[in-house]
Design a protein around this ligand. Sequence first.
Ligand SMILES: Nc1ncnc2c1ncn2[C@@H]1O[C@H](COP(=O)(O)OP(=O)(O)OP(=O)(O)O)[C@@H](O)[C@H]1O
Ligand SMILES: O=C(O)C1=C[C@@H](O)[C@@H](O)[C@H](O)C1
Ligand SMILES: [Mg+2]
Length: 196
Amino acid sequence: MNEALPVAAQTLAEQARAALGKRNLIFVGLMGAGKSVIGRLTAQTLNVPFMDTDVEIERVSRMTIAELFAAYGESEFRALETRVIERLLKQGPRVISTGGGAFINENTREQIKLGGVSLWLKADLDVLWERVNRRDHRPLLKTEHPKQTLENLMIQRYPIYAQADLTVLSEDVRKEVMVNQVLKALVTLANKGETA
Ligand SMILES: Nc1ncnc2c1ncn2[C@@H]1O[C@H](COP(=O)(O)OP(=O)(O)OP(=O)(O)O)[C@@H](O)[C@H]1O
Ligand SMILES: O=C(O)C1=C[C@@H](O)[C@@H](O)[C@H](O)C1
Ligand SMILES: [Mg+2]
């Protein structure tokens, strides 16, 4: 068992898994930050189930997010997002990657804060733009000047994402390197809690 091993003999993944315990690890951040991709790989590394709230919303509604926005508008989408996240948070330990706006919604943010450890994947504008520009399925970026829209979202949202328990910089490094940063952040948080 992990707990029986001296810390020095534990791998980083084992230490992070022990630090997580029964809690969820919830990825938050803007579109393109890597929540889905890095979240999935982190879950595999920790050997816990992975859930992506955007995917789950599309599954239960049997519509794409673009279709949901078009048919019912953003506020109905947010209400559904809150309900889905509330349900997903009930069964830790899990890694849960959220949609970019989830943590911005006050109700959802409160659920996330209660439901586990939140982690903000923080990226700069050019990194995000380079990534989201490859596809055009994100309804909030269907504007005349999508890069400007993305920048406006950064200005509005970054002070709120900053409330997450952990912040990890999302850079164009190998995904395994990103996962290691996430695991280290989790272990550091647990060590702080133990010594506080
Ligand atoms: N560290 C990385 N290095 C290079 N590319 C990356 C990295 N992280 C993510 N990407 C790429 O960026 C794109 C967006 O990643 P992803 O879909 O995980 O973002 P997201 O945060 O889930 O966005 P959304 O909020 O729209 O769901 C994908 O093509 C992914 O492969
Ligand atoms: O940033 C946002 O508000 C969004 C991000 C996506 O993940 C989707 O949840 C949806 O397109 C809204
Ligand atoms: Mg995603």
